[in-house]
Design a protein around this ligand. Structure first.
Ligand SMILES: Cc1cc2nc3c(=O)[nH]c(=O)nc-3n(C[C@H](O)[C@H](O)[C@H](O)COP(=O)(O)OP(=O)(O)OC[C@H]3O[C@@H](n4cnc5c(N)ncnc54)[C@H](O)[C@@H]3O)c2cc1C
Length: 453
């Protein structure tokens, strides 16, 4: 199958049936932004807009019948796609405004975590958590419930305390956590379907320093007996494994430094049977650690330690497909065992798997909504033909734990399964109908997976 057929087939399989779009001649300099970051998806939109002002944006939204907003293009599936119109807000002013009294920062839609981190840190402030990479837009990340790790840390959208968006008529709305209760909980993780988010207000906290250590070869028996203790050993803990042996390949422990760094205890050579790494490592051990944030206990600002990957380098491996599944934390070990039982199916495809924890939240469409969660992430070869055979098996094995998929990554779960594991999906549909009665912001992905048509 050639690349074009592959792209079309994989989009159709993910997003359900849709009309074959008219493919315009796209100027060369736009070619790159007409595919997603991983290059596995060529967007189908016939028209691509880059407004420069709020007025231009409102005019566009009122005029167009169907549209989707594009962030930094890091989703692997068709959630950001449109067969009609895509709008990028990247050319609009990137605004970051700290309110020290309220301990919040308000950002405009184009801003990435890579821009926001240093801005806040220079002013003495920080966010509570970050994803594995800083390259992504804050709004796009919150829209899909993007997360980092830490048993006490909610996903990135839990920092949102206010949201400004344009509805289907081009009208501007503001919702806040304080004043809008349930409506706010439905609006934050909205998969780009409620309207065009123009601003988010995020809670901030005093800036902090961190250090991280990596341990190699954690015996699985130790993980099975001490899962909670291991995942609570730092502010944020990630496990990396390929499930091929009776050890977990790597444990990344990120510690928040309170007080004097020099007075902190030594990490110790041994961590539940795993050995302290004596060099910087990449989660995929064969890849150079150059693109990873500094390890070996070297102190650094929060925005340079919470992500695994450095802003100035390509994150992860590049040409890949990602999938991720969330189960309640008290099923973590059983879920691990179920996935391990598939090690021969995973071996040809899996580059690396990451296991993280996420605190419970009350955002309707969040993957951690109503339950403290553990996430099993899979970075795989870019081979959808093979991966689409393996994902349903993982989904079936994790089904007893009411598994939920990551909204921005590959999955094959049926709409009826999604409906049964996202408790507020009906409330969410009603909220969409209130702000977007004609489905202007809905694409094939949303119609299939959320609306059910
Ligand atoms: C290398 C790599 C590492 C990753 N690591 C993690 C990780 O650690 N944790 C994790 O949870 N995920 C991770 N992801 C997934 C990714 O971060 C999320 O899927 C995120 O949504 C990407 O944001 P984006 O702006 O690039 O998204 P896009 O693909 O551009 O958009 C995502 C969604 O946001 C909507 N959207 C964007 N802007 C707006 C707006 N202004 N108004 C309304 N809707 C909008 C889009 O319509 C779409 O539905 C990773 C992805 C990659 C490629």
């Amino acid at each position: 199958m050639d690349k074009r057929t592959f792209l079309k087939t994989s989009s159709a399989l993910l997003a359900g049936s849709f009309l074959t779009p008219f493919k315009p001649m796209i100027p060369k300099n736009l070619q790159e932004i007409r595919t997603n970051w991983a290059g596995n998806l060529e967007y189908s939109a016939s028209n691509y807009y880059q407004p420069r002002t709020l007025n231009e944006l409102q005019e566009l939204v009122s005029r167009l019948e169907k549209l989707r907003i594009l962030g930094t293009r890091h989703c692997f599936n068709t959630v950001a796609d449109s067969t009609e119109n895509q709008i990028s807000l990247d050319r609009m002013d990137h605004i970051m405004k700290l309110d020290e009294e309220a301990e919040t920062v308000t950002i405009s839609a184009g801003v990435t975590y890579g821009e926001l981190g240093p801005y806040l840190d220079e002013r003495g402030y920080a966010l509570h958590n970050l994803a594995s990479l800083p390259h992504i837009s804050v709004v796009g990340a919150c829209a899909t419930a993007t997360h980092g790790s830490g048993v006490e840390n909610g996903n990135l959208a839990t920092a949102v305390s206010g949201i400004e968006f344009i509805d289907a008529d081009g009208e501007l709305h503001h919702l806040t956590r304080e004043e809008d209760g349930d409506k706010f909980n439905g609006a934050v993780v909205a998969l780009g379907s409620l309207g065009v988010v123009t601003k988010l207000t995020l809670n901030v906290e005093p800036a902090y320093q961190m250090r991280q250590f990596v341990y190699l070869q954690l015996p699985v028996s130790e993980l099975e007996n001490n899962f909670e203790e291991i995942m609570s050993a730092g502010y944020s803990v990630s496990l990396f494994t390929d499930y091929q042996s009776d050890s977990v390949n790597q444990v990344w422990v990120k510690q928040k430094i309170e007080g004097d760094a020099a007075a902190l205890p030594d990490p110790g050579q041994n961590f539940f049977g795993a050995t302290l790494a004596d060099r910087h490592v990449h989660p995929i051990i064969e890849i150079s650690a150059e693109n990873c944030t500094r390890q070996m206990g070297i102190t650094g600002p929060w925005y340079n330690r919470l992500p695994h990957f450095r802003l100035e380098f390509t994150p992860s491996s590049g040409k890949e497909l990602q999938a991720e599944y969330f189960v309640p934390q008290d099923h973590a070990v059983e879920a691990y065992q179920q996935i391990s039982s598939m090690k021969s199916d995973l071996e040809p495809l899996l580059m690396i798997s990451e296991i993280r924890t996420i605190a419970e939240d009350d955002l309707w469409m969040s993957t951690a909504s109503g339950r403290p969660s553990v996430a099993f992430h899979f970075t795989c070869q870019q081979n959808w033909e093979e991966l689409k055979k393996v994902l349903p098996v993982i989904e079936e094995k994790l089904r007893p734990f009411d598994v939920r998929p990551h909204w921005g990554k590959m999955f094959t779960m049926s709409p009826s399964r999604l409906e049964s594991v996202f408790d507020h999906i009906d409330d969410f549909r009603n909220l969409l109908a209130e702000y977007d009665p004609t489905g202007k912001f809905q694409n094939a992905f949303v119609r299939q997976n959320i609306i059910g048509s």
